[in-house]
Ligand binder design. Structure first.
Ligand SMILES: Cc1ncc(COP(=O)(O)O)c(C=O)c1O
Length: 378
């Protein structure tokens, strides 16, 4: 089976993990955690980076610090991985789901603008959702597959209504909009280093912010809110969310390879786009103007998605469907879903992801393309 998206652990991972084991620094203190934060911060140009145990935890803590709590609302796209919505639920807030742009597959900014104009009111208490009187505390764009929406327009729309942006940039490490890195536009950004991401620590995440006070609070909350280096005094309900040294060691080794991995991902993306253009009714994701995407996971649309999925998986090419829209999941189907033509469910019915691991050989890539062509020819 040619795998969909597997880690590329070809660098110093063993050597750095061995250092942790040899020295006994395996847990939440240790030099690799700080080093990993520094490397990712330097790479992205974020003001501050705080390592966490996963991307969901990063999103959770970012929202708490942004003041999201029980009874509040957070705007999120209907097409995302479930962790986006779960992180909102953990705060006690609810999501307002907005439709997805059919070309870029990101939060649809026309829909967002209309939503602000028609459904919201800016008051002294904040941005109020008129239908239920609840406060919208944050807008959470998701940089789906490493693409982004027009971040200049999103920032302008959110500034107009004083709504902070918390970027679910978990899939977009290395992506930029007009040269600025994903995760550095909002009050907070986030990263995931889950096993299938562009680089991995097995499980891991990062919070980004440009504000020193917010960064200090993120570190505090993710490390059980302990105030004294010696005494066990904790000044609020904190979380045991800190990334551990042994995983950060893997992260440091992965960061050494990130630029090369992105180059390979871009090569894979270009290869598929040129080889699959005009095959069957395949349509590609449009990359937003101004975005330089990390090309994390190649995904395209076809009206024969289900048949193709079965065919590829039966013929040695691992592939998978796109996320079920959030409004179709049992725990979130009561949430309001603001849309004009329900592009989310159309995208879900058509999108399919194909092997994109950075360690695929050219023979693997040719096999993937040939198998897809065979399907449409048969
Ligand atoms: C869009 C999106 N949001 C959130 C997450 C959560 O990240 P993690 O798996 O590290 O908790 C992921 C990745 O799994 C993701 O793809």
């Amino acid at each position: 089976m040619i795998p969909l998206s597997i880690p590329n652990l070809a660098g110093n991972e063993w050597a750095y993990v061995k250092q942790c084991l040899d020295t006994g620094w395996v847990s939440s203190a240790g030099k690799f955690v700080n080093q990993f934060e520094d490397e990712v911060r330097g790479f992205t140009g974020a003001g501050h980076a705080i390592a966490c145990m996963n991307g969901t935890a990063a999103l959770h803590v970012a929202q708490i610090i942004a003041g999201v709590g029980p009874g509040d609302l957070v705007i999120a796209p209907n097409i995302t991985f479930v962790a986006t919505l779960n992180s909102i639920s953990y705060t006690g807030a609810e999501a307002i789901l907005l439709d997805t742009n059919p070309a870029t597959w990101q939060l649809d900014l026309d829909v967002l603008e209309r939503f602000f104009e028609e459904e919201c009111e800016l008051t002294d208490q904040g941005l109020i959702h008129k239908a239920d009187g609840k406060t919208i505390k944050a807008v959470m764009p998701v940089h789906v597959l490493g693409n982004m929406c027009d971040m200049a327009r999103l920032s302008e729309l959110c500034t107009r209504v004083s709504a902070p942006i918390i970027e679910d940039s978990t899939e977009a490490l290395g992506s930029t909009f007009r040269g600025k890195h994903a995760g550095t536009f909002g009050l907070f950004g986030t990263s995931s280093f889950n096993g299938n991401k562009i680089i991995t620590t097995g499980g891991g995440g990062m919070i980004f912010t440009n504000d020193a006070d917010l960064a200090a609070r993120a570190k505090h909350l993710t490390t059980t809110a302990k105030t004294d280096p010696l005494d066990y005094f904790h000044d609020e309900v904190g979380y045991n969310y800190r990334l551990v040294n042994i995983l950060a060691a893997v992260g440091v080794a992965q960061m050494e390879q990130l630029s090369g991995i992105i180059e390979t991902k871009k090569f894979i993306d270009e290869y598929y786009r040129s080889e699959l253009a005009g095959v069957g009714d395949i349509r590609f994701q449009k990359i937003t103007d101004g975005v330089d995407a990390n090309c994390w996971l190649f995904t395209f649309r076809t009206s024969r998605m289900r048949e193709l999925l079965t065919y590829l998986n039966a013929n040695g090419v691992q592939s998978r469907p796109f996320w079920t829209p959030m409004n179709q999941l049992p725990m979130y189907n009561g949430y309001r879903y603001y849309h004009v033509s329900d592009e989310s469910s159309k995208l879900h019915a058509e999108a399919i992801s194909i092997p994109s691991s950075s360690n695929l050989t050219e023979t693997d890539l040719a096999t993937v393309v040939a198998t897809i062509k065979n399907f449409y020819a048969s």
